[in-house]
Structure formats: C-alpha cells, structure tokens
Design a protein around this ligand. Structure first.
Ligand SMILES: *Cc1c(COP(=O)(O)O)cnc(C)c1O
Length: 412
C-alpha cells in the first residue's frame, strides 16, 4: 500500500502491513520482558544499534513499536517514541534534549500539569519564559541567545486559546529552535503539526487517539524537519552510531525512555491502537456535537461566555479555521452569576462529572475547584479563569440527548 491512502485506511492497515504472525490483523500483545538470541552476536548487534531487534521491554517491545509506527503515519512524521503517559512524553523530551542554562519559550496557557512540570525544570536550572503564544511577537520578544526550544499546545485547555502555530513555525525554523507542538487537543486527524514546521509533536494518547478512557499513554514524534546534526546537546556516542536525521529521536528513546523508564505497557499499547482506528469517525461526530452545543450555550440567557474556536466570536476563529480540520471537542463556558456551578453540574444526567478529555462520553468539570485549584486564585485570574468556568469534553452521544440534558439542567 502506498502513502497516498487516506488517514483512516492507512491507520486500519498499519499493523497488518508489519506482517504479524499468521496474518493477524492486529499486532499481538507481546508480554515478554526480554528476548533470547541463539547467537550472542545478535544481542550484541542490537545493543550497538547495528540491527533492529529487541533486548529488554523497557526500551522496546513489538506491540509498542507497532503503535509507534501507526502514530508516525498519522502525524506524517519520521519516527515516534511512546511513553506510559502524555506527561512522561513531555518530561522525557525536555530532559533528554536540554541542559542546565538552556532556555525554553513556552505558552502561558499550558495544560495544568505541563505548566507545573515546567516549574520543576526551572528549579533544576532550565530557564523558561512563559508568553501568550497567540501572538508571534511575544515569542520573538522572549528570544535569548540560549533559547533552544519553543513549546506550545494547539488549543489550550480550558480557555481554548489557539497558538499562532504557523508563524511560530516559520520563526523557529529561521532561528533553528526546536519547535515542540503538543497536538493532544487536535490530534493528527484535525491538525498535522508538520505542516507548520513542528520539529517534535507530542500526543497524550490517553485522550483522542486512544479515545475511550481505558488506557493511559503518550508519544513524541519527530517530523524529520529539525537539523539534529547541528544541535549541540547530542551526545558524542550517538553521533558515532546513528544517522544524523535520527539523532534527536534516538536520544529521546535512550535517555528519556530507556533511562527515564516510563514505558508504555503492551496491553495499553494494544487498547490505544484499537482506539486509534476510529479516531476520524469519533472526531467528526465530536466536532459536530461540539459546534451545535457551543452555539446553543452561546445563545442561552444563563450563560455568560462560551470558549470554543468554532464560534465566529472566538479571538482565534480565523487561524483555527485555516489550520484545523474541525474545532475539536474541548469547550468551556461561564454561567451567569445567578447560578451556582456546582448545583448546575449536579443537575446534568447524561453528561458525566469527570476530569478526563477525549473520551467517547461527554464529561464536565468545574475548573477553579479542581484541575486549577492548586494554582491559587491569583494565577487563575492572570490566566482568565473565572470561578464559574466549566470545562466540557464533548463525546459522541446523540446530539439530541446532550441538548436535552443541558436544557433541563439550565432550567432554573
Ligand atoms: C492530558 C494532557 C497531557 C498529559 O497527558 P497524560 O496522558 O494525562 O499524562 C498533556 N498535554 C495535554 C494538552 C493534555 O491534555
């Protein structure tokens, strides 16, 4: 099969084309922790990166490899490393590539735990500037001679700001900065970060790619666009053994995965891989449900504000329309001051009160009291997060049932 096939066709056939045993259509779940070799030279060659093969499951497993291959195809990238969670992928990527006194320019609207791990990196000597990444000028103004990386998300959680993704890509490419795009909220179905010149693409596989709220996972994909040969932090051992194009992803696999140890289990890799087969179908339905609900809430007299990039009133509606194939399933809204958000949430019957994103089921959470609680009132105010803000992750239910649920819950 050639590369010209569509997104879903390619995903469906990806395992089979790796030729698993007996013509299996799914890569089997390989539970072995280690692999044995008749001739020890085979094992030596694997250790010395001379042949592909498996030695120990922390750094490579055939079930996980098949998923990595699938994600590489979905992102149209060059190579992928999977991790036990999205946070593990982010942590491993930054710790494998950067050193003390290197500087990162990061979006100030990062996912809560990403923002918080950045604080840990600051404490161990990495410099980080947080900027409003919806405007390229803020990125340019934060540049310093020791800047190595720009780190942004596509659609920010919970307030849905969209980063100036294409302009940032042009700038990073001119300045030779590693451009990391966390594509979790859009997924490779709605957005190909390679098209805006991303160097590395992060996905929390827990969210849309796995899609069913039954497995944790994360990944980083090298798009092949960054010139690792000229990147100073590549270890000399790797330079002697690895093709220049694969230096970055190999350093992430060795330092981040093998040494860091946050390995994706083969069972989770299998669940995520099966979930990925329906990514496009789920997202078509999710985006359609989300747009209908966003418009419904936007017109409701008891709703003060709706954040959804699909609404014409959204500040980055144009760039979202230009870059994304749909506006995603993340939305947030503020209720009128007359209504207590806890009372409202407890009235919802179909929508589940839960903290995940990207599930098949619609989930709702009061942001200030939960996921952004630790930040404190002052930081929440800076980030524009009101106490009444509710985050929704739209699912694939029948739209009529969702509309009825919101209608009854808003009948005060
Ligand atoms: C959930 C999420 C993560 C972290 O992923 P986990 O799999 O939960 O560790 C990272 N980035 C974004 C944008 C997310 O939504």
């Amino acid at each position: 099969m050639n590369n010209k096939k569509g997104f879903t066709t390619t995903t469906l056939h990806s395992d089979r084309l790796l030729q698993p045993e007996f013509g299996a259509l799914h890569q089997p779940i390989h539970t072995a922790v280690t692999w044995g070799y008749e001739d020890v030279n085979g094992l030596i060659d694997v250790f010395q990166n001379k042949t592909k093969g498996y030695a120990y499951s922390r750094q490579g497993n055939p079930t996980v490899t098949a998923l990595e291959h699938k994600i590489t195809q979905m992102e149209e990238g060059r190579a992928t490393v999977a991790f036990s969670t999205g946070m593990a992928a982010i942590t491993a990527t930054i710790l494998s590539l950067l050193k003390k006194d290197d500087h990162i320019i990061a979006s100030s609207y990062l996912f809560g735990n990403s923002r918080s791990i950045m604080q840990t990196f600051i404490e161990i000597g990495i410099e980080i500037s947080f900027v409003d990444a919806t405007n390229i000028e803020n990125i340019k103004n934060a540049y310093k001679p020791n800047t190595r990386m720009v780190f942004v998300e596509t659609i920010a959680n919970p307030a849905t700001q969209v980063a100036h993704l294409d302009k940032i890509g042009d700038y990073c490419s001119d300045q030779k900065l590693i451009y990391v795009v966390d594509n979790t909220m859009t997924s490779p179905y709605l957005f190909k970060a390679i098209n805006v010149k991303a160097s590395l693409v992060i996905n929390s596989l827990t969210k849309y790619i796995g899609g069913h709220g039954n497995a944790l996972g994360g990944s980083v994909t090298d798009t092949g666009l960054y010139d690792w040969d000229n990147f100073p932090n590549i270890t000399s051992v790797l330079r002697d053994q690895i093709a220049p194009a694969l230096l970055g992803i190999t350093q992430i696999r060795k330092r981040g995965l093998r040494d860091g140890g946050a390995t994706l289990s083969p069972e989770a890799a299998h669940s995520i891989s099966v979930g990925a087969e329906t990514l496009a179908l789920r997202l078509e339905r999710i985006c359609s449900n989300a747009l209908i609900l966003a418009r419904f809430l936007d017109e409701h007299t008891l709703v003060k504000k709706v954040n959804y990039p699909g609404l014409v009133s959204h500040p980055q509606h144009k760039i979202a329309s230009d870059l994304f194939h749909g506006y995603g399933g993340l939305m947030s809204f503020e209720l009128s001051d007359k209504i207590d958000c806890v009372t409202f949430l407890n009235r919802l019957k179909v929508v589940i009160k839960s903290s995940n994103l990207g599930d098949t089921r619609t989930l709702a959470i009061p942001v200030a009291k939960t996921i952004f609680h630790e930040l404190g009132a002052e930081r929440r105010k800076e980030m524009g997060i009101e106490d009444s803000l509710i985050r929704l992750s739209i699912g694939i239910e029948d739209i009529q049932d969702l509309l009825e649920d919101f209608t009854q819950a808003l009948s005060f």
